[in-house]
Design a protein around this ligand. Structure first.
Ligand code: HPA
Length: 264
C-alpha cells in the first residue's frame, strides 16, 4: 500500500528505507512544499513530504496545505502519518516525549483552509480529527518498538510563526490544550475533506512559553526532534501495514451525506 508521511521541523527524510526517487505532483492548488521522496520497504511505498520544504523555507502560515494534501490524493495515498514538533503545555510532558494527539483546537486564521468552493460545500464531521484506526496502529507500533507515548492529549494550533505569550499558554491550558504547535490546521481537516486517514504524531520539542524558564529557540526545537529521529523512524518501520490496509474507519467516506449545496 501507499503510506504518506509528513515530516515537520527536524524531520526531512526517512533514510531507513530503500530510496526510490523523487516525484513532483501537479495540483489544482499550486505546488506542494517539496517533491515527494519515495521509499520502499517490504512491498509498501512511502511518500515522504517535508512540510516546510527541504530547506525549511515555508513558515507555518505560508505552507500550501491544500497543495500538499491534494498531491497526496493524486499520488493515491489514503493514509498519512503526520509528524510535528510541539511545545508542551501539560506539565507531565517533557522534551523528547511522543504524543499521539487525541483531539485538537484550531486557533489559526487567514490560511486557505478548505477545498470547498461556491456551490460545492461539505460540512465534514471532525468530532474526532484523527483516524481512530491509524492512531491504534501507531500506538501499537510505539508499543512494539518499546517506546513510551502519551495518547490523551489535545493539540492547540496557533498561527505562528511567533511563539506564544505566557498569558496565551495559561489560557490554552484552561481551554484543555496539552501541546501547542503551528501546523496541524488546516492540514488535518483538509485530509478529512480529501477522505484521507490522518494521524498526528508530535514530538515535544520544548516546554511551552512560561513553563520553560529559558528563551525559546528554533535550535532547541530542531535539536530535540533530531535527537528523537530514531524513535520516529522506528514508529514508521514497525507499523502493521496489513492492519492499516484493512482498516474499517469512516475517514474514506467522510464526504458522504455532508454536501449541503443543492446545485451539484
Ligand atoms: N509553540 C508553538 N509551536 C511550537 C512550539 C511552541 O512552543 N514548539 C515547537 N513548535
Amino acid at each position: 500500500m501507499k503510506i504518506g508521511i509528513i515530516g515537520g521541523s527536524g524531520l526531512y527524510s526517512v533514510e531507513a528505507f530503500n530510496y526510490i526517487g523523487e516525484e513532483k505532483i501537479e495540483t489544482d492548488y499550486g505546488e506542494s512544499s517539496a517533491a515527494f521522496k519515495i521509499y520502499e520497504y517490504s512491498d509498501n511505498r512511502y511518500y515522504f513530504l517535508a512540510r516546510h520544504g527541504i530547506n525549511h523555507e515555508f513558515p507555518p502560515h505560508l505552507v500550501n496545505y491544500r497543495a500538499n494534501i491534494a498531491a497526496f490524493k493524486r499520488a493515491g495515498v489514503d493514509a498519512i502519518l503526520s509528524f510535528a514538533a510541539v511545545g508542551g503545555i501539560n506539565e507531565d510532558l517533557n522534551p523528547g516525549d511522543i504524543v499521539i494527539s487525541d483531539n485538537a483546537i484550531d486557533f489559526t486564521s487567514g490560511r486557505n483552509h478548505t477545498f470547498a468552493t461556491m456551490g460545492n460545500i461539505h460540512h465534514i464531521d471532525i468530532t474526532e480529527p484523527f483516524c481512530p484506526e491509524l492512531r491504534k496502529a501507531v500506538k501499537e507500533s510505539c508499543a512494539s518498538s518499546g517506546l513510551n507515548f502519551s495518547d490523551k492529549d489535545v493539540y492547540i494550533c496557533t498561527n505562528g510563526p511567533r511563539m506564544e505569550t505566557a498569558a496565551e499558554i495559561k489560557a490554552f491550558k484552561k481551554l484543555g490544550a496539552d501541546i501547542v504547535g503551528m501546523t496541524l490546521f488546516p492540514e488535518c481537516s483538509l485530509a478529512r475533506e480529501a477522505e484521507i486517514c490522518y494521524v498526528n504524531i508530535s514530538v515535544v520539542a520544548n516546554y511551552a512559553a512560561s513553563i520553560s524558564r529559558n528563551k525559546l529557540t528554533a535550535d532547541e526545537v530542531v535539536e530535540t526532534v533530531k535527537r528523537s529521529e530514531d524513535k520516529l523512524k522506528r514508529i514508521i518501520l514497525n507499523i502493521d501495514t496489513n492492519a492499516v490496509e484493512n482498516r474499517k474507519c469512516d475517514c474514506r467516506n467522510a464526504l458522504e451525506n455532508t454536501r449541503i449545496s443543492k446545485n451539484k
